[in-house]
Design a protein around this ligand. Structure first.
Ligand SMILES: Cc1ncc(C[n+]2csc(CCOP(=O)(O)OP(=O)(O)O)c2C)c(N)n1
Ligand code: SF4
Length: 297
């Protein structure tokens, strides 16, 4: 199932600090990717493969509908059998809707970034959730626009810097979980690259769920977000280990979060599963009913 190893990709070998320091690194061991050393996307790509191998899934039934960003290169790590469409920036939900309606037996998986999904594609994302189209959205939140050089994103946390802000960001970041819940997605969860087993569990749940599943994965961009910012100890976060530790220390599980005040939660990523609703009608199924009725009439 795994793509053959090609030597042009840099290896993050077992002795690499990122591999040693992270559970995801240990799980994927000697992994290679196109990404900057310490970027979370290499781990995500390899864990995604692992899910397909463990669940014995046929990649042909799960077309990948991919937005534009650094994560688009995850494709280089996936089995060559995978069907994929690299779409326009922010437009993966529209293409996924077309694919699902054309062939309801398929379950599109959308790869999208925080900039792609919540910035330019925000409107499309809302309507995907509202319709409860049967698909999985993997939303990679690295707090920045990585591919185009580290511009401020809708998710850059207040009090942190980007390549395009003078000083620190003062706006409040968007919360994709709250947005997906309000818009009507039927399975909603958040995890991080520092919690790879949870990532695999949530994606496996989403693949079995009928309806729109949204999983946000908080992941390190060492090159832009990390390089421009320091942690509470004053260390520059330009290495995977340090930035991952920052992500971990800024994460709380939803059961702990219930006991915390808004002030305590203002700079935290709340992790966990937030909704599993199996009663809302699914868009493609309803559409098939309308088609059948129209034909009969
Ligand atoms: C219509 C349009 N506008 C702008 C761009 C330039 N662009 C490409 S990727 C990108 C940002 C992607 O950021 P994000 O979705 O967060 O992904 P990351 O690179 O951080 O993984 C932008 C602005 C584009 N490709 N198309
Ligand atoms: S720029 Fe950031 S998101 Fe892009 S590959 Fe490098 S570390 Fe990863």
């Amino acid at each position: 199932m795994m793509a053959p190893q090609i030597n042009i990709f840099p290896n993050e070998k077992p002795e690499h600090p990122f591999t040693l320091l992270t559970t995801g690194g240990v799980m994927t061991n000697n992994f290679y990717s196109f990404f900057c050393g310490g970027c979370g996307y290499g781990i995500i790509g390899h864990l995604f493969n692992k899910i397909f191998t463990e669940e014995k899934l046929d990649p042909l039934k799960y077309p990948l509908i991919i937005g534009i960003g650094c994560y688009t290169q995850i494709l280089t790590l996936l089995p060559s059998k995978s069907q994929n469409i690299c779409t326009l920036h922010g437009r993966a939900p529209a293409i996924a809707t077309g694919v699902k309606l054309a062939n309801p037996a398929m379950k599109p998986i959308i790869f999208t970034g925080d900039g792609d999904c919540l910035g330019i594609g925000g409107n499309h994302f809302l309507h995907l959730c509202r319709r409860n189209l049967d698909c999985v959205v993997l939303l990679f939140n690295n707090s920045i626009y990585g591919m185009t050089g580290g511009q401020v994103a809708p998710t850059t946390p207040a009090g942190y810097a980007s390549m395009t802000t003078l000083g620190k960001v003062f706006e409040n970041p968007m919360d994709s979980v709250k947005i997906a819940l309000a818009a009507g997605a039927s399975y909603v969860a958040r995890t991080t690259v520092a919690h790879p087993r949870t990532f695999m569990k949530y994606v496996k749940t989403a693949l079995k769920h009928k309806g729109t599943s949204v999983i946000e994965i908080v992941t390190p961009c060492v090159t832009y977000f990390g390089r421009k910012n320091v942690n509470e100890q004053g260390e520059r976060m330009d290495s995977g280990g340090i930035l991952l530790e920052w992500i971990k220390s800024h994460s709380v599980w939803n059961n702990q979060a219930k006991l915390m005040s808004e002030a305590e939660l203002h700079d935290k990523y709340i992790l966990g599963e937030f909704k599993m609703d199996t009663t809302t009608p699914e868009f493609a199924e309803e559409y098939e009913k309308i088609k059948k009725k129209a034909k009969e009439e």
